[in-house]
Design a binder for this molecule. Structure first.
Ligand SMILES: Nc1ncnc2c1ncn2[C@@H]1O[C@H](COP(=O)(O)OP(=O)(O)O)[C@@H](O)[C@H]1O
Ligand SMILES: [Mg+2]
Length: 274
């Protein structure tokens, strides 16, 4: 449950559109339908949280939008262009940090810009900006193994942001963290979203996380995944100033959380083919 991001001039302009997207996996001679005819438009600057039970197809949907694979039915476009492969305008944050162990925090963050040919001084400045943003400034020369899990995840987020994607795709990025670190990173991610105006698609199986973070919350049914709830979850004016625990006790928050919980628990199991 968030307030709208950033000033319009900072907002990005590419919508993500899923048009009748289905996906079948071929397993042991049989087709297993993971996603079933999903229609969905994500507007620029939205923070969309997608929740749903394990195995319902959340990761599959994210991987399709990332372009790691192509849907077996329907079509995905970003800014009107069909997604066929990964692209610079889409950055992906995985549950487990994917950092190069032999590179320092600074060098991990600089890697993307370096591969894009950004000059050394500009790279260094980019790394400073994003290390500051995620609170890793004092750890610039540390290697990933010298960081806690939360710090590694911060580094991964900074690394993705340094590539300046319009759209950030996050697959349960805080799932492996302890509760306190998780809440801290949720708050930081909201600050980053408000400051940058990025479009975020955030996958989680936590109802509370989805409702707390999203400007829009969706629930996916058990496999084959379909969107069974899609609601905007925007704070009233001034409410973003409230402390996280106050936000969590707002009537609008608790009501939405209950609806999301019911949607997850009451949706019947879809047809299974395995
Ligand atoms: N590479 C794959 N090959 C075969 N089946 C897969 C593959 N990836 C996912 N699946 C199946 O697709 C369904 C959805 O998986 P997934 O998208 O990972 O769900 P979630 O992320 O919601 O837990 C599951 O039944 C899973 O077993
Ligand atoms: Mg998953």
């Amino acid at each position: 449950m968030t307030s709208p991001a950033a000033s319009p001039d900072e907002a990005h302009t590419r919508s993500v559109v899923l048009d009748g997207v289905s996906h079948d996996f071929h397993v042991k001679g049989k087709d297993v339908r993971a996603l079933d005819t999903i229609d969905l438009t994500i507007q620029p600057g939205e923070f969309v949280c997608l929740a749903g039970p394990s195995g319902c197809g959340k990761t599959t949907l994210l991987r399709l939008v990332a372009g790691f694979m192509n849907p077996t039915g329907g079509r995905i476009t970003v800014g009107g262009e069909e997604v066929r492969r990964p692209g610079e305008e889409r950055g992906v944050v995985f549950q487990q940090p994917t950092l190069f162990p032999w590179l320092s925090v600074r060098r991990n963050i600089e890697l993307g810009p370096r591969l894009r040919g950004v000059a050394s001084a500009d790279r260094s400045q980019l790394a400073d900006t994003y290390m500051q943003m995620v609170g890793l400034k004092d750890f610039a020369e540390h290697k990933p193994y010298e960081l806690s899990g939360g710090m590694q995840q911060r580094c991964q987020i900074a690394r993705v942001l340094a590539n300046d994607p319009d759209i950030v795709l996050m697959d349960e990025p805080f799932g492996a963290l302890d509760a306190i670190t998780r809440e801290r990173l949720q708050n930081e991610l909201l600050d980053i979203w408000r400051a940058t105006g990025k479009t975020i698609l955030f996958i989680t199986h936590s109802v509370d996380e989805a409702v707390f973070l999203g400007s829009r919350v969706m629930v996916m049914s058990p496999r084959p995944g379909q969107i069974v709830l899609d609601e905007s979850a925007v704070l009233a004016e001034g409410e973003e100033q409230l402390a996280p625990e106050q936000i969590r006790s707002l009537p609008a928050y608790t009501e939405l959380r209950d609806r999301v919980r019911r949607a997850i628990h009451e949706t019947p199991q879809g047809a299974t083919s395995s």
